[in-house]
Design a protein around this ligand. Structure first.
Ligand code: HEC
Ligand code: HEC
Length: 392
C-alpha cells in the first residue's frame, strides 16, 4: 500500500455511476454482444472466445478467464491453470480479466515508496494489448509456435471478413503478420474494455447507490474490512479520485507471506519448461524490476500486485500461487499468519514479508465469518434474473 491512508469511509460521487449490464451464464461468445458499440469490440469478442486459436485447438482466452467464473478460471481443481496440453501448467493462478482495464502502467511512486500498476501478478506489461500477445505463444497455455500461425488461423477462420472490415483489406497478409498480430491484441483490449468486464453491478455497488441493503453480518464484515482487519489499506472499498467505482486494489505490491505451494504441477515439469525443478521460487516483482533496475530488484522479491477483490466468490483459488482454496482460508491466514499456534508454514520469500499490516489481526472466528460474508457481496450481476441473461 501507499503511505497515505484514507481512514474513514467516504463514498465518492463517481462510485454512483452504475451501469446496468446482464451477465450471461453460457460461455458462448454470442451471448456477450450487448455491450459492444464498435466492430473492433465485436472482433475482440470473436477472438477472445475462439478456441481454434490454440495448438492443438481447444483453448481460448475465455477458457481461463470465463465470464461466469468472474473472468477467472472455472476449473478449481488445481491451484493454477492447465494449458491446452493438459499435463502442463504455469506457476501462477489466473487472475480475473475483469476490471483489468483500470490497472495503470507500472511506475514507481516516490511518496509511497512502492511500485504501482502493471499487468500480470508481477506487473511486467503495461497495457491490455501488450498483455494479450503472450498467452497465444506460451507453451504452458495456448502453445502456438509463433505469431504467423495465430494470424494464419484467423485468416482461414470465420471472422476474417470482419477483421478486414475493421483493419482494411490488406490486413491478415502473411508477409505482414506482425501488423496483424498487433491488430489482434488491439481488438482483444477493446473487448476487455467494454462494460461487460467492468459492470459495477455487485450488491455492494448497489448498496453504495442506496439500492440494496446489507445484512447485519455483511455490515459487520464491511466495518471490519475498513478498520480492524485493515483490508482497506491495500484493497480500498471506496473509489479513488477519477475512478468510476471502488477498485478493491490500490495497484501496489506487497509480500503477504504466502507459503510455497507444493501442489503446483509446474514444479515437476521437465527442465525445458522448468529448469529449476522443485527449487523454483517465484520472485514476483523482482523479476520485472531486474530488467531495468537490477541493483534494487532484491528488495522487491516476493512482492505481488494487490489484486482486485471484485467477484471474489467466483475466482477461487486465491493468492498468486492459488495456495488458498476458500475465502475463509485466506481470511484466516491474514488473521493468524503470525500467531505461532496457528502453525502456518513460512512464506516462500521470508525476507520481505509485511509484518506491520497483517498477520495477527486478533479477530474472532465469528469476525472472520462476517468478513467473508462482506467479501461475498462483491459479485457482479446482483439481483439480475438468470432467465433474462444473454440472448442475442
Ligand atoms: C491457460 C490459462 C490462460 C489462458 C488460456 C489465458 N490466460 Fe490470461 N492469465 C493466466 C494466468 C495464469 C495469468 C497470470 C500470469 C502471471 O501473472 O504471470 C493471466 C493473466 C492475465 C491478465 C492480467 C490481469 C491482471 O490484473 O494483471 C489478463 C488481462 C489476461 N490474462 C487476459 C488474457 C487474454 C486476453 C488471453 C487470450 C489471449 C488469456 N489471458 C489467456 C491464464 C491464462
Ligand atoms: C499490505 C497490503 C495488504 C493488506 C493490508 C491486505 N491485502 Fe489482500 N492482498 C495483498 C497482496 C499484495 C495480495 C497478493 C499477494 C500474493 O498473491 O502473493 C493480496 C491478495 C489477496 C487475496 C487473493 C485474491 C485473489 O484473487 O487471488 C484476497 C482474497 C485478499 N488479499 C483479501 C484481503 C483481505 C480480506 C484483507 C484484510 C483482512 C487483505 N487482503 C489485506 C495485499 C494486502
Amino acid at each position: 500500500m501507499k503511505s497515505i491512508r484514507i481512514k474513514s469511509l467516504i463514498i465518492h460521487p463517481l462510485a454512483l455511476g452504475l451501469l446496468l449490464v446482464t451477465l450471461p451464464a453460457a460461455a458462448d461468445d454470442r451471448s456477450f454482444n450487448q455491450n459492444e458499440r464498435t466492430d473492433l469490440e465485436k472482433l475482440g469478442r470473436k477472438i477472445y472466445f475462439d478456441e481454434s486459436l490454440s495448438t492443438p485447438p481447444g483453448q481460448s482466452c475465455a477458457s481461463c478467464h470465463t465470464p461466469a467464473a468472474g473472468f477467472a478460471d472455472p476449473d478449481h481443481s488445481l491451484p493454477v491453470s492447465r494449458g491446452v496440453i493438459k499435463a502442463r501448467t504455469g506457476f501462477r493462478s489466473a487472475p480475473t480479466a475483469a476490471y483489468a482495464k483500470f490497472v495503470p502502467p507500472l511506475y514507481y511512486d516516490v511518496d509511497g515508496g512502492t511500485y504501482v500498476g502493471g499487468l500480470f501478478w508481477d506487473g511486467r506489461v503495461n497495457s491490455l494489448a501488450e498483455q494479450s500477445q503472450f498467452p497465444f505463444l506460451n507453451p504452458v497455455e495456448m502453445h502456438n509456435p509463433d505469431q504467423q500461425s495465430v494470424v494464419a488461423k484467423i485468416r482461414s477462420g470465420k471472422y476474417s471478413g470482419l477483421f478486414r472490415n475493421v483493419f482494411g483489406n490488406a490486413s491478415l497478409n502473411p508477409y505482414n503478420y506482425q501488423t496483424a498480430y498487433g491488430q489482434i491484441t488491439k481488438a482483444i483490449a477493446a473487448f476487455e474494455s467494454t462494460p461487460l468486464f467492468s459492470p459495477f453491478s455487485s450488491k455492494y455497488d448497489l448498496f453504495l447507490k442506496g439500492k440494496a441493503n446489507l445484512t447485519p453480518a455483511e455490515r459487520r464484515g464491511l466495518a471490519l474490512y475498513n478498520d480492524k482487519a485493515n483490508c482497506f489499506a491495500c484493497h480500498p472499498s471506496i473509489a479513488a479520485p477519477g475512478q468510476p467505482g471502488p477498485m478493491f486494489t490500490d495497484f501496489t505490491y506487497d509480500n503477504i507471506g504466502i507459503p510455497k505451494n507444493w501442489s503446483i504441477p509446474f514444479l515437476k515439469l521437465p527442465p525445458n519448461l522448468n529448469p529449476e525443478g522443485t527449487n523454483f521460487i517465484d520472485l514476483g516483482l523482482a523479476n520485472t524490476v531486474a530488467k531495468f533496475d537490477p541493483a534494487n530488484a532484491a528488495d522487491q522479491a516476493g512482492r505481488f500486485k494487490v489484486p482486485t477483490l471484485r467477484n471474489l466468490a467466483l475466482t477461487a483459488p486465491y493468492g498468486h500461487n492459488g495456495y488458498f482454496k476458500t475465502i475463509k482460508d485466506i481470511v484466516h491466514f491474514y488473521n493468524t499468519r503470525d500467531v505461532p499456534a496457528a502453525n502456518w508454514p513460512e512464506g516462500e520469500v521470508p525476507e520481505t514479508v509485511n509484518h506491520d499490516e497483517l498477520g495477527d489481526l486478533k479477530m474472532t472466528n465469528q469476525e472472520e465469518n462476517d468478513l467473508v460474508e462482506f467479501l461475498k457481496t462483491l459479485t457482479d450481476g446482483y439481483g439480475q434474473r438468470s432467465d433474462s441473461r444473454g440472448s442475442e
